[in-house]
Design a protein around this ligand. Structure first.
Ligand SMILES: [Zn+2]
Ligand SMILES: [Zn+2]
Length: 142
């Protein structure tokens, strides 16, 4: 058997779970002793450096993909958000209109009160004049 990396003949080897290549201990980065200490599960699940890196790349890609999906779903909700903003803007406009309307009514009310006050003072004026006229009238008849 040949090592997949250094091409040296090997009797005892480490096989990669990922690429199924057979590597010598040196190329596997393992000490024969420590490899032998691993249990069968760990031995069969062992991966060479290349496959470990690929695995990491895959998981990084998965993380990036997940983030892209998250961003996409957020981007998808932007039209909804815009719709909300539009609604809020409309409601604000309506509120502003209502406020303006109320202000207008208050102004009108003020004007009405001012007119009424003028009328009242006019009436008082007329009342005074009437009182004077009555005094004059009484004086003439006595
Ligand atoms: Zn080798
Ligand atoms: Zn491998």
């Amino acid at each position: 058997m040949l090592c997949a990396i250094c091409q040296e003949t090997i009797n005892d080897c480490v096989s990669c779970y990922g690429c199924k290549n057979h590597l010598c201990y040196g190329c596997a980065g393992l000490e024969e002793k420590s490899y032998r200490r691993l249990n069968q599960d760990k031995k069969s699940a062992w991966r060479c450096a290349h496959c470990k890196n690929t695995k990491n790349e895959t998981s990084i890609n998965e993380v990036i993909l997940k983030e892209i999906r998250d961003i996409k779903s957020r981007v998808n909700s932007i039209p909804e958000l815009l719709e909300d903003v539009k609604t809020i803007k409309c409601e604000l406009e309506e509120l502003k209109d209502a406020c303006n309307e109320n202000n207008k009514r208050l102004d009108e009310f003020d004007t009405t009160i001012a007119t009424m006050e003028e009328n009242v003072s006019e009436i008082n004026h007329i009342k005074d004049k009437l009182a004077i006229t009555r005094v004059d009238f009484d004086r003439i008849h006595h």
